[in-house]
Design a protein around this ligand. Structure first.
Ligand code: FCB
Length: 479
């Protein structure tokens, strides 16, 4: 059934029922919530180092304590159970499990995740584990980081340790979270750890992240039950042209290659896009891609995780200094190596506290495009949500109508995409808790649950109660 295009992503006026078995969850990441940065053998990751470097993170914030989830995990699982959530996507901290990025696992690190997973299962919440949400052991960065091939090999060894310890109870795995950010913000614009600004290193990192993904999927498959699922999470950019000009269409093509197809090409099709290789030929001949790499990377997947927040609007630019406004942080260095002259534009309309435009049609379009490009691959929204300037009122309540409106609009878009044929299996709200928002520190609150940082107290926001009802019933209420 096709519903009129103007309804795509709009707030529904009648209730929408999601398919039976649709997963309703929330998501977090280790460095953003755990704290306990030097407990039980954990060593620094690139984010510890980056956060401790003056000027990198707003206000000098670090993940040293974060939401103290390492100590409060039982309370956090109880919160999810109270909210009636069916699934929880979390990430494993590599430096907690394998502190130097090499050698045997630290049992205390694994025990933390064993206990967490057991508690989730006990409460009927499906655990979805991400192997890498950006906290590379610092020792591996010191040895060259993701631009080096050895990091991909180390990643597969770490994946094997995680699978050996947790493969009997975690049935859904995702390898990498948003490798675009790891490669291009970490090594290109430098607004993420490790903060390097080398366009060739960024492209090398992208390839070795791809390779790490493929090797890790194989390591997982060798160890986990056949019925378990392997996935990757990509922040597929919905790239739109500012005008209908041919020049703007070509700017879209170039950004789409660097944002999306540099990952979907090798992972899902087994090759790098020709146009990407051409666009970047002035920087590298890609000779770091060795024979056989593409076969290693191109592994069958059970699910594709999609993170979506806002669309990207571009045009051909008349100079090359306009990349700083692409919504990914300020830097004099571009996260788009080889893209040439591209200007990024703020779409009109409401924005979140991140300055990101609220536009659910972007999510609808991403899902429809993926469903058409990869019709056999089920999708899951592994992140979607919004930051707003939330505060607890004198009565201790946190009212966040803007977040409810954001979620309502985006869930309507997901539902519409499903109605129009996209095979979407679940939705994970980013985030369960307010947390360390990378270079923005604790200044941006994405949680459905408010965290009072000085005390660690958790207060479910109005949006948490609203989402809880949707999760329990599987029905998005009418407006
Ligand atoms: C995504 C990250 C996640 C969080 C959200 C807001 O890019 O995966 O950790 O920071 O953005």
């Amino acid at each position: 059934m096709v519903i009129a295009a103007q309804e795509n992503g709009a707030a529904p006026d009648s209730a929408r029922t999601f398919p039976e078995g649709f997963l309703w969850g929330s998501a977090t990441a280790s460095y953003q919530i755990e704290g306990a940065a030097s407990e039980d053998g954990r060593t620094p990751s690139i984010w510890d180092t980056y956060a401790r470097t003056p000027g990198r993170v707003r206000n000098g914030d670090t993940g040293d304590i974060a939401t103290d989830h390492y100590h409060r995990w039982r309370e956090d699982v109880a919160l999810m159970a109270d909210l009636g959530l069916g699934a929880y996507r979390f990430s494993l901290a590599w430096p907690r499990i394998q502190p130097t990025g090499r050698g045997p696992a630290v049992q205390k690190g694994l025990d933390f995740y064993r206990r967490l997973v057991d508690e989730l299962l006990d409460k009927g919440i499906k655990p979805v584990a991400t192997l890498y949400h950006w906290d590379l052991p610092q020792e591996l960065e010191d040895a060259g980081g993701w631009p080096e091939r050895a990091t991909a090999e180390r990643f597969a060894e770490y994946a094997a340790l995680a699978a050996d310890a947790l493969g009997d109870r975690v049935k859904t795995w995702t390898t990498l979270n948003e490798p675009w950010c790891s490669a291009f913000l970490g090594y290109g614009s430098g607004v993420h750890a490790p903060g390097r600004t080398d366009p060739v290193a960024a492209l090398r990192a992208a390839h070795h992240l791809n390779l790490g993904h493929g090797l890790a999927v194989q390591a997982l498959r060798d160890r986990i039950p056949a019925a378990s699922e392997c996935a990757v999470t990509l922040n597929i950019h919905q790239v739109r042209p500012l005008t209908g000009s041919a020049a703007d269409a070509d700017a879209v093509r170039r950004i789409d290659a660097l944002a999306n197809r540099v990952f979907t090409g090798p992972m899902l099709r087994g090759s790098y896009p020709e146009d990407l290789l051409k666009d970047t030929a002035g920087l590298t001949d890609w000779s770091f891609v060795r024979e056989g790499d593409l076969q290693q990377i191109h592994q069958p997947l059970d699910l594709l995780g999609v993170n979506y927040y806002t669309p990207t609007v571009v045009s051909e630019a008349d100079d090359s200094g306009t990349h700083a406004s692409d919504g990914h942080g300020r830097s004099d260095h571009s996260p788009w190596p080889g893209a040439g002259r591209v200007a990024f534009h703020q779409p009109s309309g409401d924005t979140t506290a991140m300055g990101w435009a609220v536009d659910p049609t972007g999510l609808y379009d991403v899902l429809r495009r993926l469903a058409s490009d990869f019709p056999e691959l089920p999708l899951v929204i592994t992140e979607n949500g919004a930051a707003f300037d939330d505060y607890a009122d004198p009565a201790g309540q946190v009212n966040d109508p803007d977040r409810i409106a954001y979620l309502r609009g985006h869930l309507a878009a997901v539902h519409q995409a499903v109605v129009d044929g996209a095979d979407v299996r679940g939705y994970f709200l980013w985030s369960l808790l307010d947390n360390f928002e990378w270079a923005h520190g604790y200044g941006k609150r994405f949680g459905a649950v408010y965290v009072d940082y000085p005390t660690g107290t958790r207060i479910p926001k109005a949006s948490a109660r609203w989402y809880s009802e949707v999760a329990r019933t599987g029905v998005l209420p009418g407006a």
